[in-house]
Write a new protein. Sequence first.
Length: 610
Amino acid sequence: MNFKEIESEIYKRCNELLSLQKTDGTWRFCFENSVITDAYVLILLRTIDYKNENLIKRVADRILSKQSPDGLWRVYPDEEPANLSATIQAYTALLYSKPHSHTEEPLQNAKQFIINNGGLKNADLLTKVFLAMNGLYHWPELPIDPAILFSLPLTSPINRFDISSYARAHFAPVLLMIEGKKKLTSSYTPNLSVLLGKPDQGSNIEDWINLFSLLNIRESYMKTKKDNIMSYIQNHIEPDGTLLSYALTTIFMVYGLLSEGFDRSSPVIQNALNGLMKMFCEVDDTLHLQNSPSTTWDTSLILYTLLEAGVSQSNAQLLKGARFLLSQQQKKHGDWSVHNPDAIPGGWGFSLGNTQHPDLDDTQVSLRTIAQYCHTHSSYYSSYEKGLAWLLSMQNDDGGWAAFEKNTNRYLIGSLPIKHAKDALIDPSTPDITGRTLEFLGNYHGLNQDHLLITKGVNWLRSNQEIDGSWYGRWGVCYIYGTWAAVTGLIACGVHKNDKVIQKAKNWLLSIQNEDGGWGESCESDTKRKYVSLNKSTHSQTAWALNTLTAISDQPNLSMKKAVNWLLSKQEEASYPTGAGLPGAFYIHYHSYDKIWPLLALCHYYRKYY
């Protein structure tokens, strides 16, 4: 390996990315998640008697294509044992699809696996809720209508804005059905009674009781306020018809509205279905429903990477991409403004057409490109100023940054005995978001520890380092991801490379490098909350590790050279999901990641050492 080889590879990869840009300035790669979205949309389409057998067959083919050789389903390839909830989702959807039946060979192992593992009652909360919406599982007996949460004033000890924005969006449509124990069935609805298992003895779905029994709610608030729920749903429908640009929330919304008497032909239902149809992507000749297409995220990351690689700011394609980002900056006061009422809108969302649900990661990476064009036109300067102000205003009181909202980290909710309560119901500061925000503020805006907010962020990262020297990454897999973000953020803000937190992280990274020179971490790390080796290397995790070591090291060491060689020689390796959504339940194979992160790592390596 020599600098000419690296230079040539960077040039080639940049040209490849440029060739993949769409005419509107975007890059559109598949956001490939587990089968849950495919299963739920197939069941929905059958329930409303949607007349498109080819579409249903292609979605069913996608579900079958993800079946493991043992006849079961997993949410990541090396998951052991198989995933009960994913297997239930896939099995049920294939029964709806027809001509599959209980007796068909492809489903026999799945059926037995579900029975052997306790039946439907041992599925996760979201799966049981969806089964109940379809009359396949019982609604719980609750001592209080949970819809009250949408009726409590903001001055009450707890209210709907203390729950994460993504949990609210899933929760609201369910509340329209749970009070009357409503269900939607059709001629396609299978009989799953054999899979119910023994009667529940307090399963996860009943754990919602804990949320309300802890509140000491007064009688005056006990009456359900359905109008509040309907108002929430209507106010959060995006122009494309989806609920906050998520497929699952949109599917839940369709069920909720149909249960309230909305006709299938009504504009709101038709717009929702049209929005869902636009979320499909082609994967291996099948159709896969992306939960949240990553157009804005991919486009902003690619523009940033190409600029880092030395592609000229005046390049026509980059200019087109920058104009697209400018058009996606949000102008609405979304739910984030409840905890941050004085801030002016200025963030970016994850998906194309997202107008009210910005996130901090998309905002900081979009600003990296916008910053490069501030000198060319006043609109970019104005955009940058608004985006930067919004990003700074979203810092949590603890010093870190979260994904979507500010100070949405209530101990009461995060401590509920509900699986993944801390991951799904609250939105706390995380090392990955905090680190990447600090890296932007340090490298692009010149802020360092002379500024109080930077000091608070640095101190938060210091206090949240794991004993082994790593950091946990919430939105990527997992400790390699969090460590990369934390270290590069700390270095950018002036923390010295010889600082003990940096050296501890470096030693940890070097200790887990694979023999082939790469790095690979299993999604199992996410559920065990400790590093678990994948026993093979992946492109994105190797790139994150190399980028981290490059930020720390004055000169490349042997480990880094081996990593560069791996990235140059292993371009056709099988991909592995390195994006995270919900521990143990939802992981993402970003089809863009193998093209973005290795290029960025090679660029930084080349620029620093050659």
